[in-house]
Design a protein around this ligand. Structure first.
Ligand SMILES: Cc1cc2nc3c(=O)[nH]c(=O)nc-3n(C[C@H](O)[C@H](O)[C@H](O)COP(=O)(O)OP(=O)(O)OC[C@H]3O[C@@H](n4cnc5c(N)ncnc54)[C@H](O)[C@@H]3O)c2cc1C
Length: 492
C-alpha cells in the first residue's frame, strides 16, 4: 500500500479532505487543481481593500471538521479557529417583522413567542421531530456509503431504508413544517432549510427537516479569517501529511486500460496512478475526462434534476449597515419563488435575499468604517439563460428589498462590485449547469441517484464532492472525502 499512487482531481473540500486522510494512511498522493489556489467553491476574492468569501458563508456540523484533524493525528486548533454563532441569522419579513434566530434554544423560543404567534412548545416539538429523523438517517445516509453491500447489510441500515414513513420521506418538507407551526412566518423560516442543498421545500421529502436539527442543535460556526481559511487549513493539513498539491494543473483525461484506470493526463503529460479519485463534478468526469456519455451513472445524472444555483453580488460599501453577519430578507411569495426557480428556470421576480458580511467578525475584510456585502439570491441552474440580463433585472429588485428591510439605501455607496452567476460557477469549478449542490433532493429517491463513491463502471475510479454521495454542502463533501478514502483503503 505504501507505494500505491493515488491521483486526485480537484482541491475542493472533498478532494482536500480525502488527500489528508489518504496521505496519512501511507498512500502516495498527488492532487491536481486547475485554479491557482485550493478551495473550489469556497474561494476568496480581494478587490481594492475588500475581501469576499465567494461561496459558502456558514459552517455546520463542525464535528465533521474536527474529526478530520483528529483522525490524522492533529489538533484542529493548530490549523483553524472556529467560533460558534450566538445568533444564527436575522430574518426580515415583508411586513417589517424582524426575528432573531438565536443559537440558544430558550432564547430563540422566547424570541418566537415575542415576535410571532408561535410557541415554545411548537418549537420544541418540531426540533425533537428533526432530531429523531436525524438519529434514524444520519448514520445510513450521511456517514457511510449507501451503495456498498458491506454497509447496507447492517440491520439498522436496512431497517431505515425500508421504513420510509418513519423518516418522513412520503410527504413534502413544507407539509411537515405546516403540521408543527400555524404562524406563516415560522412556516417560511423552517422551510428555508431545503435551500441548504439546493432543493424546493414544497417538493423535497420532509426528511430534509434534519437540516434544522443540524443548524439549531449541532451548532453553526464562523471561521477566523473568513470561510476561505477552512480549505486553506485542510490544504496545509494534507501537505503536512505528505500529499503533493499541484495548483494551476488541469487534468485533461483519465487514462484507461480497458475499464481499468491507469493514470491521468495533466496538461498534456501522462502521469501513472493506481487509483484516481475525482472531486470534479460526476457528469463532467464521465463526459469530459472519460469521454463516456453512456455509462449508467452518467445517464442517471443527466436524468436527475440539478440543484438550484446562486446569483451573487459582492458589494464593497463605503459605509456600514444595520445588518448582522447573516441576514435573510424573505420574499412575500415563497411558493412562487420555487416555482420560478425550478419550473420557470428564472430568477424569482421577488426573491428572498441573503446578506452575509464577514467584516462584522473579520474587520480586516473591509476598510475602516466600510463593509463587504455578499448578497445572494437563489437562481436556477444554468439552462442557457442570458445572465447579464438577469443581473440587470435583479440588481434593482435586491437593492429595493434591502432598502425596505433595513431602511438603508446603499446603492450610491457601492464602491466595489463583482458578480457571480451559475455560468461563472460552472466555468470556475466544473459544476454541471453551475448547480451548487450537485443534484436536488426534490424526490424521495434523490439520495439514491447520487453517484456512488466507488465507480461501478471503471475499476480504480472513486468520487467525492457535492455531486457524489452524500451530497453538497461543506460537511457533506468532507464526509464524501472520508467515505471515498475509506473505500480506497478497503479495496487497496
Ligand atoms: C454561492 C455559494 C454559497 C454556498 N453556501 C454554502 C454554505 O453557506 N454552507 C455550506 O456548507 N455550503 C455552501 N455552499 C456549498 C459548498 O461550497 C460546496 O458544497 C463545497 O464547497 C463543494 O466542495 P466539493 O468538494 O464538491 O468541490 P468543489 O468546490 O466543487 O471543487 C471542485 C474542484 O475541482 C477542480 N477541478 C474540476 N475539474 C478539474 C480538472 N479537470 N482539473 C483540475 N481541477 C479540476 C475545480 O477547479 C474545483 O476547485 C455554497 C456554494 C456556493 C457556490
Amino acid at each position: 500500500m505504501k507505494n500505491m499512487r493515488i491521483g486526485i482531481i480537484g482541491a475542493g473540500l472533498g478532494g482536500l479532505s480525502a488527500a489528508a486522510r489518504l496521505a496519512h494512511a501511507g498512500f502516495d498522493v498527488t492532487l491536481y487543481e486547475q485554479q491557482a489556489s485550493p478551495g473550489g467553491k469556497a474561494h476568496s476574492l480581494s478587490v481594492d481593500g475588500y475581501r469576499f468569501d465567494t461561496g459558502p458563508s456558514l459552517v455546520t456540523m463542525p464535528f465533521v471538521i474536527r474529526a478530520l484533524f483528529e483522525d490524522v493525528g492533529e489538533r484542529m486548533e493548530d490549523y483553524l479557529t472556529l467560533h460558534p454563532l450566538d445568533m444564527l441569522c436575522e430574518y426580515y419579513y415583508p411586513d417589517g417583522t424582524r426575528l432573531r434566530a438565536y443559537a440558544d434554544p430558550d432564547h430563540f423560543a422566547a424570541e418566537i413567542e415575542a415576535v410571532t404567534t408561535g410557541t415554545e412548545a411548537q418549537l420544541k416539538r418540531y426540533l425533537d421531530y428533526c432530531r429523531r429523523i436525524y438519529s434514524l438517517t444520519a448514520d445510513v445516509f450521511l456517514f457511510r456509503s449507501i451503495h456498498e453491500w458491506r454497509s447496507l447489510f447492517r440491520l439498522s441500515a436496512l431497517t431505515t431504508l425500508l421504513r420510509l414513513s418513519s423518516i418522513d420521506a412520503l410527504r413534502p418538507m413544507r407539509a411537515a413544517v405546516d403540521s408543527f407551526f400555524t404562524d406563516p412566518k415560522l412556516r417560511q423560516l423552517f422551510s428555508r432549510y431545503a435551500t441548504y442543498n439546493g432543493s424546493d421545500p414544497f417538493r423535497a421529502p420532509a426528511t430534509l427537516n434534519i437540516i434544522a436539527h443540524v443548524e439549531y442543535s449541532l451548532g453553526a460556526m464562523y471561521s477566523d479569517g473568513g470561510m476561505v481559511s477552512l480549505p486553506r487549513a485542510v490544504a496545509r493539513l494534507a501537505a503536512a501529511k505528505g500529499a503533493r498539491i499541484v495548483t494551476g494543473a488541469h487534468v485533461e483525461r483519465i487514462a484507461l486500460d480497458g475499464r481499468t484506470v491507469t493514470g491521468l493526463t495533466v496538461d498534456g503529460a501522462f502521469v501513472p496512478f493506481d487509483r484516481v479519485l475525482s472531486n470534479a463534478d460526476v457528469k463532467y468526469t464521465y463526459e469530459r475526462l472519460l469521454g463516456d456519455t453512456s455509462a449508467g451513472s452518467s445517464r442517471r445524472q443527466r436524468a436527475s434534476e440539478p440543484s438550484s444555483s446562486a446569483l451573487v453580488f459582492y458589494w464593497g460599501l463605503r459605509r456600514t449597515t444595520p445588518f448582522g453577519i447573516h441576514s435573510i430578507l424573505f420574499s412575500p411569495q415563497y411558493e412562487r419563488e420555487f416555482e420560478q426557480l425550478f419550473a420557470g428556470k428564472r430568477c424569482p421576480d421577488d426573491p428572498t435575499v441573503y446578506v452575509y458580511i464577514s467584516s462584522k467578525f473579520s474587520p480586516g475584510d473591509a476598510p475602516a468604517g466600510c463593509e463587504n456585502l455578499f448578497v445572494m439570491i437563489n437562481a436556477p441552474h444554468d439552462a442557457g439563460q442570458d445572465w447579464d440580463a438577469e443581473i440587470h433585472r435583479m440588481r434593482p429588485v435586491i437593492l429595493s428589498r434591502i432598502r425596505e428591510a433595513a431602511g438603508v439605501d446603499i446603492e450610491a455607496d457601492i464602491v466595489v462590485e463583482r458578480t457571480m452567476t451559475p455560468k461563472d460557477i460552472e466555468r470556475a469549478t466544473g459544476s454541471s449547469f453551475g448547480s451548487i449542490y450537485g443534484i436536488a433532493s426534490n424526490t424521495k429517491f434523490s439520495a439514491f441517484l447520487r453517484e456512488p463513491n466507488r465507480s461501478r463502471t471503471y475499476r480504480g475510479l472513486y468520487f467525492c464532492g457535492g455531486s457524489a454521495h452524500p451530497g453538497g454542502g461543506i460537511p457533506l463533501v468532507m464526509l464524501s472525502g472520508k467515505i471515498a478514502a475509506d473505500l480506497i483503503q478497503q479495496h487497496a
